[in-house]
Design a protein around this ligand. Structure first.
Ligand code: GLV
Ligand code: MN
Ligand code: MN
Length: 421
């Protein structure tokens, strides 16, 4: 393991500096949150900031055709396959400053630490940040990394639209990040990502570090439910075709699927968006658009839950006299991470005296895509306040963050000394 330590204060300062880009006053929490949604002006500003930081650390920067950014540090054996680390810097619209950023700025901190110690690893190191990991603007999560590993065709990704009909390609171009590097990533030697847990498990158990075994299966639907607009005061209830009622029934159905216990105890189901059209107090809506997010650690169980859901959509639409069309906007199976990388993370945690445990990730991560290309794994850092995330209250202490990034340093340097092509 490395004898070096990262600079915790420098890491904290770097998280704070990026967190100021896209900062907004959050009405609900009364806190300052982060809003750096993919390919917005704020994302562009954040990207330029991180690119400058990459360059200041001596990294050679390339941008690919989906806007993924790679910063390369030479190795002693520069033709050997590189070791890669990173994550994302785009955010949901109500974020904190840690989700994704810890993985990118943490990997950059590893580079700065190696630079200061004048250490050159055998293999080159690449620090990456991937486009639209969140998927909350264009409806498909892990967008940039999915294209980089070949799971999603570039042209399909380019054509995705946001709620205003703007395309990925046009928006990427507008912020100046439609790069020209080949989008298909050559398999690195390994990929490692440090990330906040985004859940309560580690903190509740007072465990200092998580060794991530994989990511659960994820399925997203976009629903368009169409009925018939009518006057709210004059139209008898039995003459209505109300898509709002159908949307409400889908939401209850999600809860009932979970409560039924037929999919074990680990099924998660969420309706995160509903939009009523025309959206007026005294008008029965004619159309409701909504989203569904279901997840389970076992892909076979998620498949069964999805099939049941789709059957129920048809039945309740018929009962409510509306049409319900669903589109599967994102779908990833459960992914198991490399046991070699897991063991390295565990060994590094032990060597640093950090209590640790193995756990499956409930959230999706770019690492699940990279795991298709090379041995890949993740380091999880606990979060305060029940590990709340996708919220301005998201917070991991400087010590929690630096523990995770020190382990990242150890694992990256170990991997980067490995023999072979
Ligand atoms: C990514 O943040 C997810 O939705 O899991
Ligand atoms: Mn993330
Ligand atoms: Mn996220």
């Amino acid at each position: 393991m490395s004898k070096l330590d990262i600079d915790a204060a420098r890491l904290t300062a770097s998280l704070e500096a990026l967190g100021r880009i896209g900062a907004y006053d959050d009405d609900v929490t009364g806190l300052v949150g982060v809003r750096r949604v993919a390919f917005t002006k704020e994302d562009g500003e954040g990207r330029r900031h991180v690119v400058n930081e990459f360059k200041a650390a001596g990294l050679e920067v390339t941008v690919d055709r989906i806007g993924n950014v790679y910063g390369r540090r030479k190795g002693r054996d520069d033709g050997a396959k590189p070791v890669m680390a990173g994550s994302h810097i785009d955010s949901v619209a109500t974020a904190g400053r840690f989700d994704g950023c810890l993985g990118v700025l943490g990997a950059l901190e590893v580079v700065k630490t190696l630079n200061a110690a004048k250490v050159t690893t055998r293999r080159p190191l690449i620090v990456a940040f991937f486009s639209e990991e969140e998927g909350s603007r264009f409806g498909t999560d892990m967008l940039g990394s999915a294209v980089a590993v070949g799971r999603l065709p570039l042209e399909r990704a380019y054509g995705l639209t946001d709620r205003d009909g703007k395309t990925v390609r046009a928006e990427l171009e507008a912020i100046g990040f439609l790069g020209d590097a080949d989008v298909r990533l050559q398999p690195p030697h390994a990929y490692v990502e440090c990330h906040i847990e985004q859940g309560p498990t580690l903190r509740a158990a007072n465990v200092e570090l998580g060794v991530v075994t994989g990511v659960q299966a994820i399925c997203w639907h976009e629903l368009v439910i169409t009925g018939r607009s009518a006057h709210a005061g004059t139209t008898p209830m039995n003459l209505r075709a109300d898509p709002g009622v159908a949307a409400a029934r889908v939401q209850l159905l999600l809860r009932d699927l979970v409560r039924s216990g037929r999919f074990g105890t680990e099924l998660r189901a969420t309706m995160g968006v509903t939009q009523f059209h025309p959206g007026l107090v005294n008008v029965v809506p004619n159309r409701v658009t909504a989203t569904v997010d279901i997840r389970h650690p076992d892909d076979a169980v998620l498949q069964r839950a999805e099939a049941e859901l789709v059957k129920a959509y048809a039945q309740l639409a018929a009962e409510e006299n509306v049409t319900l069309v669903h589109r599967q906007s994102a779908r990833t199976p459960d992914i198991a991470f490399s046991t070699k990388v897991q063991d390295l993370v565990e060994r590094a945690a032990k060597a640093r005296g950090l209590s640790n445990t193995r756990l499956v990730s409930g959230a999706g991560h770019d690492c699940q895509e990279l795991a298709r290309l090379c041995p890949a794994g993740m380091v999880f850092v606990p979060g305060e306040y029940d590990g709340i995330s996708h919220n301005p209250r998201e917070f991991s202490t400087p010590k929690q963050c630096s523990d995770g990034v020190n382990v990242l340093l150890d694992v990256l340097t170990a991997l980067a000394e490995e023999e072979g092509p």
